[in-house]
Design a protein around this ligand. Structure first.
Ligand SMILES: Cc1ncc(COP(=O)(O)O)c(C=O)c1O
Length: 377
């Protein structure tokens, strides 16, 4: 293979929608309205329709979405927030930013999502929120703890940054990622499955009053311009980003389906090569509609395999090489190595292979053949 296979190729995606994007951007440029404005309101409405039963508030990033969410729940110094150690940094930093304490709970070795069986044991009278992540695009089975958490007065803030469009079917009900808890948070970072052409994020809530507070919090806590009810953030979505995201939202279902097809092909190719004993592909929990934001396998000799793939023209990534409880900036929390064995093991064994809607079968054959070559298959 002459050219490298990237983990994500946004140029290919852009070429599919170029005319629509240029027209949408042109529309914004004609109005010269750049911050919030009509496109942001329309994008919020369209996300509300897509997710169902929530009010949407667009903001400047997924990180801000998480911070705004916790601010709107009055999370403050000394409060505890239960979360996963196996996620992107922002999942935990949003908690410490507000002076609160992340209480980590280990993850499930099969799905890599927080282990719901352990969450309830971790609550204390100081627990003020539960912040699960739908890691790599697969929903955590939140329904297992929802009732009990509610009875303990603990709101759920979903980090759905990697899971726009993922859902879970539970006893005939469809639970949509981000629309299950009290607040759902999304990121529109360009590499996300619904990604803008710059930073962007969104908070959603089934509670319209809470959404109103979030709407104020994103504009310095102002209900009316220059009149501030509380101190908020400056965290607004740009009109250009909203216009781009509106175009991309129209295609999202199709692209998520294409991601699922790519994932299915990987599985078939691993099986064909006799690699399923060596490579553990992602496992989709029963009832889950995984949208494969990432395709993350567990493999022995991960670092050597990654180097070998690179030499053979395949780019891969490690999500995440160091669990959150072991990050230097969180050493004050007092966690040590061995506290969360599953998360720690995953950070040594997981590898994200290329996945994006336009990835071709030929490319996937090359990727799997290269993995096979490495393992002598
Ligand atoms: C799980 C998770 N949470 C939060 C974020 C933060 O989003 P952003 O980069 O838009 O601030 C990201 C993405 O980067 C993420 O993957």
């Amino acid at each position: 293979m002459a050219t490298k296979i990237p983990t994500l190729d946004l140029v290919r995606n852009y070429s599919r929608i170029k005319a629509e994007i240029l027209e949408a951007m042109q529309g914004v440029l004609e109005t010269q309205h750049f911050i919030l404005g009509p496109d942001v309101s329309l994008f919020e409405k369209e996300c509300e329709q897509y997710l169902g039963g929530v009010s949407a508030v667009a903001c400047a990033s997924g990180t801000d979405a998480l911070i705004l969410a916790l601010m709107s729940l009055d999370i403050k110094e000394g409060d505890e927030v239960i979360t996963t150690p196996y996620s992107f940094f922002a999942t935990a930093s949003c908690i410490t930013r507000l002076g609160a304490v992340p209480v980590f709970v280990d993850v499930d070795p099969v799905t890599f999502n927080i282990d719901m069986n352990k969450v309830l044991d971790a609550t204390t009278p100081r627990t003020k929120a539960f912040l699960p992540v739908h890691i790599f695009g697969q929903m955590a089975p939140l329904e297992e703890g929802l009732k009990e958490l509610a009875s303990r007065g603990i709101p759920v803030v979903e980090d759905a940054a990697q899971a726009f469009g993922a859902w879970r079917s539970v006893e005939g009900d469809i639970l949509r990622a981000g629309a299950v808890g009290r607040i759902g948070c999304f990121s529109f970072f360009p590499t996300k499955n619904l990604g803008g052409y710059g930073d962007g994020g969104m908070v959603v809530s089934p509670d319209p009053q809470l959404a109103d507070r979030l709407r104020k919090l994103r504009v310095h806590g102002a209900g009316t311009t220059y009149f501030h009810d509380e101190v908020g953030l400056n965290s607004r979505l740009d009109s250009l980003q909203a216009a781009i995201l509106r175009v991309k939202l129209r295609h999202l279902e199709e692209w998520n389906d294409e991601r699922r097809i790519v994932a299915g092909r990987y599985y078939a190719l691993f099986a064909e090569k006799g690699l399923l004993e060596t490579v553990q592909p992602p496992v989709e929990l029963e009832g889950n509609h995984h949208i494969y934001h990432q395709y993350v396998v567990r493999v022995p000799r991960r670092d050597d395999l990654q180097r070998f793939l690179e030499e053979e023209g395949v780019v891969s990534r490690v999500y995440y090489p160091l669990s959150l409880h072991l990050q230097r900036c969180f050493s004050f929390l007092g966690y040590t190595s061995g506290d969360f064995p599953v998360a720690e093991q995953l950070s040594k064994e997981t590898l994200a292979l290329p996945i994006f809607p336009e990835l071709s079968l030929e490319e996937q054959r090359h990727i799997v053949a290269t993995i096979g070559k490495f393992f002598g298959k």
